[in-house]
Design a protein around this ligand. Structure first.
Ligand SMILES: Nc1ncnc2c1ncn2[C@@H]1O[C@H](COP(=O)(O)OP(=O)(O)OP(=O)(O)O)[C@@H](O)[C@H]1O
Length: 658
């Protein structure tokens, strides 16, 4: 039976129309909404002279669904006709994730259930050219979009810069995808979302932006680094509701656009995708200090990843090592130095995305970070989307959005994909009543053995060595470098792998090296490790952390000088540091013939590096040093009087150059 209801979008680029049978198990595609007007696509693939067009099967599909279908069609239009046909025959078309086109290889589409080969014929240069001609310009991050859609087209280039592969991700605005976070959003919490690539972070923050702008009537500004939240083109996608969007001309400019958003557009909420660099983290923290609600995503899968990432640790408040008094140290079983959070975290809450339908919500990010640093397990909610409500329900009550009916199966798939956890709270009705907090079993850090990452030496030999030394409870092997406290490696192998060395160095993990894999050598190394750990380990740890902080601080200063102060002639304010470290940064600036001054008070005391000939302060700034009353030089910095601190007040955003 053929569908009765056929309407053609006035600007629909193609003339051919394929009628599909209702008995065909295709999804309900497509009734075009007249609210869209897209430019006609003129360039056609010679392999594809008669582009495929969807037929309209059902007039009862909702507007949102129609819009999505129309957008999906625009993505599929990048493909040769036969491939489009193959794609739409797939029963999970509405849940399609990506289409991959690599030169000389069979094209494939990715679905939640797995990859699906679209053709046995390999992709040609011509196929790629036709696809590329239909998308916007590729930015430096090799990403482009299709105007007024949420799709993301990412290019792979050869050494000559020519595009030899495309990953075409289907973007969709999913009403209700942020329902699990509705309570936090309404509480005006600043939320940081982390999770592996493709887990749905952007989709959720897009919906949070819409929720805040439309349902909570907030002034929301999206800083859209790759145009992924608001879609490609100058008119943002309807999926962001009334939220406004600022585009970012270059990914390196993200932090500047963030600051500009606050200074020029009076937002109550800032939404930002992918905080990845220290400058961006600094900008975010500056914004949070102004009392603006922040909703952002960051690189990393767990909160531990953020804590370990020197560029992003400031999002969780920064980490510092503290030496304990004797009494406290003995109370903690002799542990002399501990890691502590340096200051308030930029975000109130953090959300680890386990899958599209399962979130781990840390209502207090600070409490979580404190727990992790002290070796306890943090408290968090596990929130799961169990029941998907019907589309009709959703559209009748816009203030209570729910999950689009088109994605009903996502729930089952996501749940199956990820192993279940001990605590599962299924949310079926009201969020508040169904979400509870789970406290996991506490483990004391003192009981934790040294975690050892072994490289180039047979693990069985290392285990034998551990047994010989009767150190089973003191040393535990780990496959995860980031969890390791130390590395045990065969010298010859280590030399050939600079990456392992670099990772160990960047995380200050001591490396114990053996020349051979003999049991004697292994035991010798293990003894050294245990010795360091048992006796001098605490001091050693403290030194390591200090030296890591020093390196970090000097690298921060170097980057600021070489990338901003000298080339742009602008001052840069660094992160708050201890006096000793600030003096090292100041000396580094002097080596570049640059002056610097200390600003801020107490825990906010930090260095501002000035460009040449910029000896005066901004008019808006008022810096009074109660010791010296003037800018300080390197010697002053080392002066212990400095500990008296200074009074610092600024009206404008303090951290970054304009
Ligand atoms: N709740 C959902 N139901 C169905 N599909 C979803 C859902 N959330 C996201 N998706 C789809 O999953 C894909 C990845 O989503 P998204 O781009 O939001 O992930 P991401 O975590 O931001 O990825 P990246 O880190 O690579 O930018 C997209 O095709 C998106 O449309």
């Amino acid at each position: 039976m053929i569908s009765q209801s056929l309407t053609l979008h006035p600007s629909f680029p193609y003339t051919s129309l394929t009628l599909l049978s209702r008995s065909n198990p295709l999804p309900s595609l497509i009734h075009f909404s007249t609210s869209f007007s897209f430019p006609r696509i003129t360039k056609q693939n010679p392999r594809n002279p008669k582009p495929f067009s969807f037929a309209y099967l059902n007039s009862s599909t909702s507007t949102t669904e129609n819009e999505f279908n129309f957008e999906l069609e625009r993505l599929l239009a990048l493909l040769p006709e036969k491939l489009q046909q193959k794609a739409i025959e797939h029963p999970e078309l509405n849940q399609m994730i990506e289409v991959v086109m690599d030169l000389g290889r069979k094209p494939l589409a990715r679905f939640p259930s797995g990859d699906f080969i679209l053709s046995d014929y390999p992709i040609t240069f011509q196929d790629l050219e036709v696809a590329i001609s239909q998308v916007g310009d590729f930015a430096v991050d090799n990403r482009a979009g299709i105007s007024r859609t949420l799709h993301r087209i990412s290019a792979i280039r050869n050494r000559k810069g020519e595009i030899v592969g495309l990953t075409c991700r289907v973007g969709r605005a999913i009403s209700g995808s942020a329902d699990l976070l509705r309570d936090l959003v309404k509480d005006e919490a600043s939320i940081l979302l982390i999770g592996p690539p493709g887990v749905g972070k952007t989709t959720i923050i897009r919906e949070v932006a819409r929720m805040l702008a439309d349902d909570c009537r907030k002034r929301v500004m999206i800083v859209d680094t790759s145009n992924e939240i608001g879609g490609d083109g100058d008119i943002p996608h309807a999926g962001i509701g009334k939220a406004r969007r600022m585009q970012v001309p270059h990914t390196d400019m993200q932090h500047k656009v963030l600051i500009e958003a606050v200074e020029n557009h009076m937002p109550q909420v800032i939404v930002i995708d992918e905080i990845g660099t220290k400058l961006e983290a600094m900008a975010a923290s500056t914004i949070a200090q102004r009392g603006i609600q922040l909703v952002a995503t960051a690189h990393g899968v767990t909160i531990e990843n953020l804590i370990m990432n020197p560029s992003l640790e400031m999002l969780v408040g920064g980490i510092q090592s503290v030496t304990l008094g004797d009494e406290e140290a003995s109370r903690r079983g002799g542990q002399k130095t501990v890691l502590e959070r340096k200051g308030p975290s930029t975000f109130t809450c953090a959300v680890e995305m386990i899958s599209k339908a399962e979130l781990r919500v840390h209502r207090s990010l600070e409490a979580t970070v404190d727990a992790i640093l002290s070796g306890r397990s943090p408290k968090y909610d596990i929130r799961k989307m169990n029941t998907w409500r019907s589309g009709d329900e959703k559209h009748s009550t816009p203030t209570e959005p729910s999950i689009d009916i088109s994605f009903q199966k996502q729930d089952e798939i996501s749940v199956e994909e990820f192993p279940s956890v001990d605590y599962q709270i299924f949310i079926e009705g009201e969020l508040e009543s169904e979400v509870t907090t789970n406290t996991l079993v506490n483990t004391s850090k003192d009981e934790v053995p040294v975690h050892l990452f072994v490289y180039g030496i047979p693990e069985t030999s290392v285990i034998q060595g551990i047994k010989q030394l009767k150190a089973d409870d003191k040393v535990e092997l780990t496959d995860n470098m980031s969890e390791a406290d130390a590395v045990l490696a065969l010298q010859a192998k280590l030399k050939k792998n600079p990456r392992i060395q670099a990772v160990a160095k960047s995380h200050d993990k001591p490396i114990y090296v053996t020349k051979t894999t003999s049991l004697m050598q292994i035991m010798k190394a293990l003894r050294a490790l245990l010795n360091d750990h048992d006796s001098g380990s605490k001091d050693f740890e403290a030194e390591k952390i200090n030296s890591s902080e020093k390196m970090d601080a000097l690298e921060e200063a170097r980057l600021a000088i070489e990338q901003v102060v000298i080339p742009k002639g602008e001052p840069v304010e660094l992160l708050p540091r201890s006096f000793h470290i600030m003096s090292l940064q100041m000396n580094l600036a002097l080596e570049y013939q640059l002056q610097s001054e200390r600003v801020g008070k107490d825990s906010n005391a930090h260095l501002r590096i000035l460009p040449l000939q910029s000896s005066t302060l901004d008019e808006d700034d008022e810096i009074i040093d109660d010791t010296h009353g003037s800018r300080l030089d390197g010697n002053d910095m080392l002066d212990s009087n400095m500990n008296n601190g200074s009074v610092y007040s600024v009206d404008k955003l303090p951290f970054l150059p304009d």
